[in-house]
Ligand binder design. Sequence first.
Ligand code: AKG
Ligand code: FE2
Length: 297
Amino acid sequence: MVTQEPQECQWFKSSHVKASTTCLKVAKLRSGSEPDEGRVEELAKLAEKKHCVGSYVSVDNLGYGRNFVKSEDQPLDWIDRLTMKAAPAPKRGDKELNVWPQRPPNFRQVIQNYVKEARNVLDELLIALAEALALESHVFLKHFDSNNSEINVRINYYPPCPQPDLALGLTPHTDASALTLFMQFETTGGIQIPEDRKWLTMPWTEDALLVNVGDLLEIMSNGRLKSPWHRVVTQMNVERFSAALFYNPPSWAEIAPESVEDLVPEDGGFKKVVVSDYLQHLYAISPTKEKQAIMYA
Ligand SMILES: O=C(O)CCC(=O)C(=O)O
Ligand SMILES: [Fe+2]
């Protein structure tokens, strides 16, 4: 993990990004581009009232629900979450719109404003990461044109848990995305990564955004950036909200591993994959006990 100290408008210059980075903690967004955190939180709390939202019946993995529920005896995660497709922006009549809360009326607008700012930050980061790996600046970004790349936003709500040792907020997983941008509200302390056979709580101050490398970027970087295995724990007497923004190339895009010649792994590294094939595979086999889906590529 790398901590980036705020430096006006220069945070994502490649010299500040270590090539070995698996997880970047970005201390603050550029001045002038900070999301209106209080506002998003307020709206998220209101939107959390399920009755004002449509159902996600016909839309894969969108709306209220849980990932990876495969059997009745599987322990469920201690979480309530709402996932919305933010880009390409759904249009009137699109089924994806059904899962956006109708109330408060400006919920969608506030999230879309946040998405716009987040996209700028993540695009800069994709350039900085490519440069840090001595690759041509646009090798990753070329897959993310603003009309077709995909952004899903998920509001996660972890209620206080009377017995945190018995329930996880989120089962261990990697993010399937290329990059994930996390925001949390007022509380901290939920997200953990494995280190030395123990789970380590991410030092994540409340006023910082956290950026996670997802599986798709691990594939695109031919394994030089790693998507971290992570989980979320529950906390007694603490309710926690986070917002995860998943940034992906279009589902039909074929992504290929990009390598500097003398750094190609002996076995050649990853193969080309179509984004939707990878995602289907991941959802079909998850949850897994360890990081496994990536072997598909
Ligand atoms: O709530 C968090 O801090 C992390 C959530 C997470 O890992 C996810 O939404 O994929
Ligand atoms: Fe995650």
